[in-house]
Design a protein around this ligand. Sequence first.
Ligand code: CTP
Length: 402
Amino acid sequence: MNYLQNKKILLGITGGIAAYKAADLVRKLKEVNADVRVVMTAGAMAFITPLTLQALSGNPVATSLLDTDAEAAMGHIELAKWADVVLIAPASANTLACLANGLAGDLLSTLYLATPAPVAVCPAMNQQMWAAKPTQRNIQTLIKDDVSIFGPGLGAQACGDIGAGRMLEPLEIVAHLQSLLAPKPLLNKKIVITAGPTQESIDPVRYISNHSSGKMGYALAQAAQQLGADVHLISGPCALTAPHAVHTTTVTSADEMLATTLENIDNADVFIGCAAVADYKPQTVAAQKIKKTAQSEMSIALTRNQDILATVANLPNKPFTVGFAAETQDIEHYALDKLQRKNLDMIAANNVAIAGQGFGAEQNALMVYTPNSQHELALNDKTRLATDLIQLIAEQINQHNN
Ligand code: CTP
């Protein structure tokens, strides 16, 4: 679905090296038939020229609050009313601070106060500046003020640092914008999601775990939040930043994940078991570090962990329950068996035998089964795939309720 068709996007560009990516962002927005008008701050013009943005957007670029010619063409209040959505990309730390505090010292911050449209920002800055307390405080204020925060991404930065603070790629921003403008089929729905691996202690310094990155579960949580749901993410240990506006609890072991799930499952409409929960845990956890012995072999007695997904699926007032199946062969057979055996309403199966998708990868492809339907979600980045799966869940629960 293209929710950006003929939508009026007011794109604010602020000062930062990521401003050069704004040119490509305008192209990507035009490709989905959005109508784009650009506003640039003085800082943005140090990195990229208004002429470039004018040529790409096909519209004049506004740069100053006090420009009589521009005000005569489309005044700032008119521009603020024109927009269906205001998107600020890149959004510098300074701009975020201005918006959070309601300062209106330039055209862009004035438009922010003057627009009734939804506003989204794509932060872009050095990782230390992103982590700085004032920036995080400003972000929390903006979230409370209903501003959507897209990103930032993780990775290498122009300054040579590595960490969170990169502006999302233009295609990712367009995908986020699509879900922002999408209808909210999950409004007032409570969704509980498990994600990541679990760690099962052997002794105070060792544990059994797996390579789950948590990416799919975190992407599902963000997608469900964007479609209007009230989301509680219960995550095993992983290196990801908690998704914005998602209530996130971190746990370590399968037992803790089970207990936290059961504490929070009352009144849930949907449960998605996306965690790679360890099937077994050591029968006993040694109180002290286990020392090696003269023997060349050692073994650890394991005992089964309780199945969180099956436990939820068999609660008297069970939510719509979705499981995951990672298989290497006979996908349909094993997935349908799991669907039935665990009493699920839906199962999303992926083929982990294919390199570059699933566990740890950026991309995934899913076959989704319900007791009476099947859907193929083709290979895509996990953010996009998560939105597709959540949309499918929304359709199913709305059918259930009708
Ligand atoms: N799951 C769970 N609690 C467990 C184990 C698994 O909630 N203790 C959930 C996972 O989150 C996932 C699904 O169950 O949604 C995976 O099922 P599982 O039987 O663990 O799959 P595999 O380990 O891949 O199964 P198999 O042994 O059949 O290969």
